[in-house]
Design a protein around this ligand. Structure first.
Ligand SMILES: [Ca+2]
Ligand SMILES: [Ca+2]
Length: 213
């Protein structure tokens, strides 16, 4: 009986320690250029870890109407957005429901997180275009001549690279890293696990005739 109880406790601990399935980032590529690479005029290698020749998925205004495109989240998860840098004369921004980065002036806060549900990541890239403003809504709309590229680092991490339409097509006009965190167990689940383990212990004590030791 003692071994059985020990087994229950160990089983409970294994349950607690078991990793939780994380959501992943997916890139829908309809209408996009999946053979594109970064060019020699990409200026954010130190900031992003990306280099001339690295693969990117490229979207511009010709993507519209061609099907699903852009970055999506496969399930509920905490998602972190990190400003990596910008090489651009235009004033550009990256905005979600939880925060925003602007390159001029560079943001003081370079990272924020949000608890999101499955679906298209809701972010907007915008530029003042030196008097010809325009924007991109991920997976929804792209104003010509703007474009954006996605560099896939892993199934839980991508870098979004903005092309602000200045004509140089270097995709370093704003760079933001998007990372999915492990989905944490809600506090209620921890309470439930504790309650079950407590109940098991109490039942054992009662079955032993109230002997505590
Ligand atoms: Ca450049
Ligand atoms: Ca640039």
């Amino acid at each position: 009986m003692k071994n059985k109880f020990l087994g229950l406790v160990v089983g409970g601990m294994l349950l607690i320690a078991a990793p939780v399935q994380a959501a992943v980032l997916t890139v829908a590529t309809a209408g996009g250029d999946t053979t594109a690479t970064l060019g020699g005029n990409f200026s954010l290698s130190a900031e992003t870890g990306l280099n001339n020749g690295d693969s990117i998925v490229l979207f511009d205004s010709t993507t519209i109407g061609g099907g699903a495109f852009g970055v999506s989240l496969s399930g509920a998860a905490k998602v972190t957005f990190e400003y990596l840098g910008s090489e651009a004369g235009f004033t550009n921004s990256f905005t979600t429901g939880a925060g925003s980065f602007t390159n001029h002036p560079a943001p003081g806060l370079t990272q924020f997180s949000d608890d999101l549900i499955a679906g298209l990541l809701d972010f907007t890239l915008a530029t003042n275009g030196d008097g010809a403003p325009g924007s991109i809504v991920n997976g929804i709309s792209i104003n010509s001549p703007l474009s954006y590229a996605i560099a896939v680092l892993s199934d839980t991490s991508v870098i979004v690279l903005f092309g602000d339409g200045a004509g140089d097509l270097d995709f370093d006009d704003l760079a933001v890293k998007i990372t999915v965190s492990q989905v944490p167990l809600p506090p209620a689940v921890w309470l439930l696990i504790s309650a079950i383990l407590g109940l098991v212990t109490f039942t054992r004590i009662r079955r032993n005739g109230g002997q505590l030791a």
